[in-house]
Design a protein around this ligand. Sequence first.
Ligand SMILES: Cc1cc2nc3c(=O)[nH]c(=O)nc-3n(C[C@H](O)[C@H](O)[C@H](O)COP(=O)(O)O)c2cc1C
Ligand code: SF4
Length: 466
Amino acid sequence: MTAPATDPIFQPLRINGLTLKNRVVRSSMGGRVDYYDGSMSEARIAWERRFAKGGVSAIISSNVGIRTDGIAVPGYASIDDDRTIPSWRRLIDEVHRYDCRYIIQLHFSGRQRDLPRKEFVGIHPPSATDRPDLLYGLRCRRMTIPEIHDVVRAYAQAARRARAAGADGIEIVACNGYLLHQFLSSAINDRRDEYNGDLRTRARILLDVLAAVRAEVGRDFFVSMKLSGRDEHNAYMAPFVRRVGNTIDDTMQLSRWLAEAGLDAIHLSQGDSFPHPLVPAGLLPADDSRYSLAGLFYEGTRVPLTFFLMQFAVLRRIFEWNWGRRMPFKQRGRLLPEKIEGMNQGDAAKLKAASGLPVICVGGWQTASRIRAALEAGHCDVVSVARGLLANPDMVQRFGQGQDAPERPCTYCNKCLVNALLQPLACWEESRFANRDQMFEEAYRIYKEAAVGPASEQAGVGSRAI
Ligand SMILES: Cc1cc2nc3c(=O)[nH]c(=O)nc-3n(C[C@H](O)[C@H](O)[C@H](O)COP(=O)(O)O)c2cc1C
Ligand code: SF4
């Protein structure tokens, strides 16, 4: 057992205005726990409290819409208006009580908008392109240049609100096929103007956003970006697609420009869509997925056909096979969990070396010895964890007590993910629980926790007009 005083996991780290008490942060996890109009619910506070109590040094919020037409799914707290500031402040104050930092993830979905809010139904979302996405066939429209400038300003205003709410930093989403990545990716961006041509022009909007954000929040506020190391896996599911997208060399070059432009850290993801066979890495549980597809029925041109095919068990097995076909962590149809954990650390090390920036590395982490080894090797500075913490929110506390791995680890089944569109965000892997009832009890616990507490504490939360 490594004593916490010398354990790399428990070494504090300062990055610009952000001080972390240890090297494990909760990665972003979107779940529809808030109100339809984007105002924050008490359940969100109960949800985040769970991870703060469990010992992580920081929490990266779920994706937070900076403008209503960029919200990926209604029912997530947004930051599109100054009226949201007090409810964010209340959440952040609560998380700070556990010596945990809070980072707000600024997000604009672009064409990868899964469920539009009612006022945007039938109105194609803005994007770099007007080609539908590969996975669902989600439609979109190419933005004009004034529209691009408006979005850049919206990022800056959202960053200002985050700082005003007491956040310890922000994370700008530029990965996994969301709006900024739609510009960045050579597999997606097909414009013929100053926002396409080479890597530098595709990166223009990211650099503009960073400059506008810095102008609002100053130099001492923590600003990170979530990037996909490679898009080149985009042919994973569709071998006939030739546009391979950005390579790790492209992302290394980008990381240098971002470092020069004043970015504080990179959060490393992978792939040109969400979900993607590599994010969150693991299985695609097609039996559960078909229910979520029902929610997407009218959004994507490809959804009705996929939905129809998914009604047949044999086709669901083929779909699962195709999803995992080229994964480096599947062998003869079997998942190799040991290959998932830390799968991005090689790319993390490359970005760190290229940019000199601290790198937060995501990807299956849930074992202390593996995290420790990656930190000791200098592959990354911090690890971020989503599903491992969803399964075991007190993981970091247990590492501190000498436990190496959770007794009931995350199985990477991805049932949490595919259910999150229509069902509560929770671990839905029954094998991890004593029985089915216990699974439901655990899933609904945040709603019970949200319901208790003095009325004075709850006043104003859940309403924008605070
Ligand atoms: C249910 C669920 C929701 C997620 N929502 C977001 C999100 O809102 N924003 C984001 O950047 N990543 C999101 N992710 C991706 C995670 O942050 C993380 O990058 C990915 O799950 C890989 O980490 P893991 O292997 O520790 O789960 C989500 C993942 C899951 C499972
Ligand atoms: S449902 Fe549970 S076990 Fe499955 S991936 Fe999600 S957190 Fe892990």
